[in-house]
Design a binder for this molecule. Sequence first.
Ligand code: C2E
Ligand code: MG
Ligand code: MG
Length: 776
Amino acid sequence: MTTSLPLKWRRNAAKASRQDQHFLALVLDAWSSRHSVGPVSFAISIATGIGAGAAGVALQMASRWPAVPLAVQVGIGATAGVLAMIATRQRFASQKARHAAAMALASSFLEASRDCVKLLDLQGHMLRINDYGATLMEASSPVELEGADWLGFWKGDDHDAAMAAFKCALGGTAASFRGSCTTTAGQPKWWDSQLIPIKDHNGKVIAVVCASLDISNQTRLHAELRTKSELMSEMEAHVQLAFFSYSANFEYFHYITAGSSNVFGIDREELLRNPNGWLDLVVPEDRVALQAEMGRMMAESSEGRAQYRIRKADGTVHWLRGTGYPVLDDNGNVLRIVGIVEDVTAEQERIAELDRLAYTDSLTGLANRAALLREIESRCAARKPFGLMFVDLDRFKVLNDTLGHLAADHLLRDVGGVIRGSLPDDAYVARLGGDEFAVLIGGVVDKAGLEALAQALLGSLSANRLQGGAGAFITASIGISVYPEHGSDHDALLSSADVAMYTAKKMGRNGYQFAGEEAARTIGDFELERDVPEALTTNQFFLHFQTIHEPHSLAVHSAEALIRWRHPARGLISPSDFIPLLEETGFVSDVGVWVLDHALRQLAAWRQASAMNLGISVNVSARQLGSEQIVRDVGRALKQYGIPPGKLEIELTETALMKNPQQAQKSIVELKRLGVRIAIDDFGTGYSSLMYLADFAPHTVKIDRHFTSKIEHDPTTQTIVEGIIGLAHKLGIKVIAEGVENAAQLDILRRVNCDYVQGFLLSEPQAPEGLMKQRA
Ligand code: C2E
Ligand code: MG
Ligand code: MG
């Protein structure tokens, strides 16, 4: 084909590639002579001398070769325009001139072209390729590709597309396709190819021009963009958050990412249609605060944050956290609000779990102390009355010691369950630690209602028969305080309930007590209890002695040791006020040993001062009597101070005997075996005084001063006293009358044969020095 090109064309192609010029000139020649409007229309306009302007040509080029820079296009266009004018002027003047113009145009066009332009024969072989095209195809020169099978460059689908386009061009119609083929160096490239049929004068297709634009970069960019956008879409669709751009005033969304489906359960198209759809899902409790925050953002043009719950269409409740940033114009007006909303349900659940662990008692699963304090404070802040029950198990320490910790823990768990189960569902039950539980009751705050609940709780504990080993059933003591009556914070409420509980214990356990006056007094008890150890070591305790006399001669028979406590802050405290407290706490044993020691030491001193017949009476409490330790203590003290056992009389109250008769009996038998005398104190005040006479066979009974005080006015009392004395004497028991305050009483007692008398009439309890003077 090359050889068949006219010679004159070849000569005119001085500067440009001869090959390129040749085939383009051929094309132009063919087109121009047909005056047809072909695909390369600018060329036709030149050839036909229609004289399209430079801009028009440039525009036409731009539509075909968008990749060619505008300046180049305009340059080409201008050239074309000038050439067109020249060509028009000399139109058909000379065949040679026409060819020369076409050659020049072809040259500049091909130089400027960024296409791979090829002339294909009817079999699809490349007849020619322009220089730039050869470069794009990474060929060493256009010649390398001459004769190559153009169709053979395409593979697979691309081959089919190339074939289809080629066939189309062969049929006389321009066609285009996009596809990838490799260069001669094997590098894949993407092409956008246009195939234009070249026809002869008869309209017969004689060749096909293929102009392929290298769109590899563009394709790669598109692919990258597509990948990025797919990535973004995937991310948006799979994360639990959505980005948004909201109009000012939150009226509509400019944009929201696909994550809206995950966050709200509403897809973005729906939200774009119905911008308030998400707001309708917000639970009513959170909506007001959320809208307030949105309003504040707008009013202050500042960043806003909100955490709120939504109920999705499927009924599940989710925690969302939204953050919005207003975008302002130059005048500071809000243009839009951009932000992010994320599902923080998992985070909230984790926080809730941590919170649960921090505020749960691990043993019972109930609320712990910290949780209780927090709950009390929040209820106080709400200023609604509520009741607080302080529940303490009775004798738990003993159980813990005897059962072992594992079993005790088990027991505590059961107790927790029973307390929980016995109270209304809205009762807040907590374990404070050890055997202490607390309950908050809202709603019921009248005394009767709380009493009923306390009773129900105690009833449940005993009904459930939780056995704490050794067959002992669990009971509890309950102290009750009420907000705001007994305090306005957790400190006040807990301590008043605690004190009330303590009072309940003092009153015999397995009961309840309301905070109040009795409890207030008990606060003092707490302090006293705390002070006992120090009192023992710093000599705050001391003894007074009250003499006991023979009624006729009034000779001193013995002296009763009576303890006193000179408290550094409270002054002198009477034993009736602190002995029951020591009894409750167990300190009475330590104090009892101290009394025994000091009393016997004093008797030893008196004996040394020749009061060899003087006896001593020492009061012993129920708890002391409940342990065999008393026997050892007494034995040791007698020995230590060289006191004949018969000179010591142990005074036991009826209540002490009543508490644990078996153990008391055992201790009494042992004490008697030591040779110590036993007296029943406050005789007649108990319920079965006479029975004690038989059971314990005491050496002495001390008729309570209650009788003595009535003896002179009340004949019945006198008869009773007479009867007691008669009975006692029959049993070989001596009788002491306590509380003798006047001569009339003394007279009667003498008459009814009372063995000894004791009372203020004869002597008040006093320090040992005074007593010696009295004797002297
Ligand atoms: P108690 O053993 O019956 O002691 C007699 C109490 O009556 C003493 O009270 C005494 O001061 C008081 N008293 C004596 N004569 C009269 C009188 O004519 N009229 C009146 N109104 N009272 C009189 P105190 O010393 O306050 O002791 C009270 C109770 O404390 C004692 O009653 C005794 O049960 C207990 N107690 C005293 N010291 C001790 C002790 O060392 N150990 C134990 N466990 N209890 C003690
Ligand atoms: Mg006594
Ligand atoms: Mg007494």
